[in-house]
Design a binder for this molecule. Sequence first.
Ligand code: ADP
Ligand code: MG
Length: 749
Amino acid sequence: MSKPIRVAISGMHCASCASVIEKTLNKNPHVKQAEVNFGTEKAKITFNSETINIAELNKEIEPLGYSLKEDRQTISNGIEKLEELKKMKVNIITIIPLAAISIVIMSWEILAGFNILPMVPSSWMGLFHNLLPIMATYSLFVVGRPYLLGLYRFIRHGKANMDTLIGLGTLVAFLYSFTIYSFSDLLRPFINVEAGYYDVTIVVIAFISLGKYLEMRSKLSTGDAIEKLIGLQAKTALVLRDGQEVEIPINEVILGEIIIIKPAGKIPVDGVIVSGSSYIDESLVTGESLPIEKNTGDKVMAGTINTTGAFNFKATQIGSETMLARIISLVEEAQGSKAPIQALADKISAVFVPIVLGLAILSFIIWLVFGTPILGFSQALSYGLVSLVGILVIACPCALGLATPTAIIVGVGKGAKSGILVKDAATLEKLHRVNVLVADKTGTITKGQPELVSLQNFSDLSDNELLTILSSLESKSEHPIASALVKAAKEKSLTISKVENFSAIKGQGLRGQINGVEYFAGNLKLVQELKLSWDDSLIEIETNKGRTPVILANKDQVLGLALVADPIKPEATAAIKDLHKMGIEVVMLTGDHKNTANFIAAQAGISEVISEAMPVDKLNKIKELQAQGKIVAMAGDGVNDAPALAQADVGIAMATGTDVAIESAGITLLHGDISKVVKAVRLSKITMRGIKQNLFWAFIYNIIGIPLAGGAFFPLFGWLLNPVFAGLAMGASSVSVVGNSLRLKSKKL
Ligand code: ADP
Ligand code: MG
């Protein structure tokens, strides 16, 4: 078995199409799993690539009216859709006037019946009745062709979808009208030959086609976030080859070559600056609003824009490896994934079509059997037909299929614009139910860029010698504390010594040999472990000021004490308040000293603190909260918190560097700070609320529409839904669902 392949599917008109395709593909013995998404018009298929290929799979679904092809270019898909949209527009433009005339005459006749308007002039009526068959024929066989094809496929292959329902409904109305007009003399004794339904055929097809057109147009713009991201990619790059500046297409850039960036230029690939410096606007990729200063050695990202400086950089990631390319594929993947909440809608729409067909026929029979003795055959037949057509038209589950995916597409895209990358729809769904956020202190609540504030020397060495030893050891570590010490040494122009036998001591610090002497650096636990004599009153005082102690020792004695400070992020306090307001409990988790942790927590407004935690303690804390029935999100830097992030219901990785594993966490926050966690939760809530509203709108039309169209209220109130309104309601339901999803775009995070 190979890994899943994503394909684009065309020809789908509704959620039931998706389930028909899914079933057909899954029946194939070479296919392990197929998942079809109506919202994105894509499928994820896992199949045995040695025994079958995409072309052969396509042959299976082609007779059903769909086609399947490898999904390589989102943009060309967009172009295809635009073409289809244009064709639809022509149909709409021609059918709308026909429908308008029909509606005007219809309403006029009704109003004249109530003596509100004078009768329609009989010459107009005569002309209208002569033109009606032609108008209806055009509507059904030209504009309504897709629906007739749906009916044809149902007859040939037994696969029904929404087109089948519309096709059957409008064809029945057409054929009935055709029959009574053609054989009016013969039928006059039995039925009312004046009551034809040509106008119903025209108006229903017009409304449904208009609905489809509007739906498709909006659907195109639900996915525009991804097109914007793709648009960020530069087309060319200016490279240095043989001492010459040459402009080449971006896909010809070679790994490791030098790229020249002029003022206001776009960064074409990922890399590291080798000379020059500038401020770079990363807002379109990461959502970070202020330009960021970049100097030699700093990383730059494809898709970001240089401001006024100039620099050269070395290409380190090209093509699909760049951060931007990875973000694009992540967003695409997430937009196409299914939210668990959709499972219900899928199940319903799969059984809906056959049930509705049955219901429509049943209601027709009931009208004839029970209506004839009371109303007479002619009237019962007429009502029966109206019910049949009405039910077929109104019951299409197309809005149901759009409800979840369109909201997910908008939600995921909206997130990406603000630097909130969501791995899949399931994560986005889960996030809105989270009630505890466990936050790592360093980098999540604090700035994550500690500074050395003081260095106390208890040894015979000079201060500089002490700092050299300490910073040399730390130069091997990835912990944020380490960078503070290395930076301090650099500022004093100290040279880093060679470290041998280095190892990190989990939750405590590190050890290593310099010039044959073994050193240790870390927290109090480390000193206790080494059983060194040490008066910790000094640490007690300093930690109460929010400083983190780093003790340097050898096997025999403590040599010095460095104190680093990592102030809280300015946004943290407000963000914690927002989280509390949303009913989310915040727990701060850190390996740092108790006093330091409490100091920071107090500043941030966090009351629950777990300090001096070993990595395994962090994991256990998450498990413990989960055992209490809480739904836990964990926000951390993702490097040393990986197990806890994986254990949490939603893992939120705060990405500060550029080489983050965006594919591994449930949610990745680019340029993350805790206020983005708030935004992510809001995004999830907004999206889920949108989905629920959509599902409501999709269901309500069907729930009210079916009994109304069937005539269930007729015996009580004399209500029977005119199929024209069924068509209107049908079009409106899809449009309102997609429109509601689009509305999410403008919501503030
Ligand atoms: P946290 O990221 O929450 O601080 P860690 O498990 O990474 O948790 O670290 C726990 C503690 O171990 C730190 O607070 C620090 O006291 C000590 N420590 C870890 N790494 C280093 C290091 N490179 N240098 C000095 N101390 C360290
Ligand atoms: Mg950490």
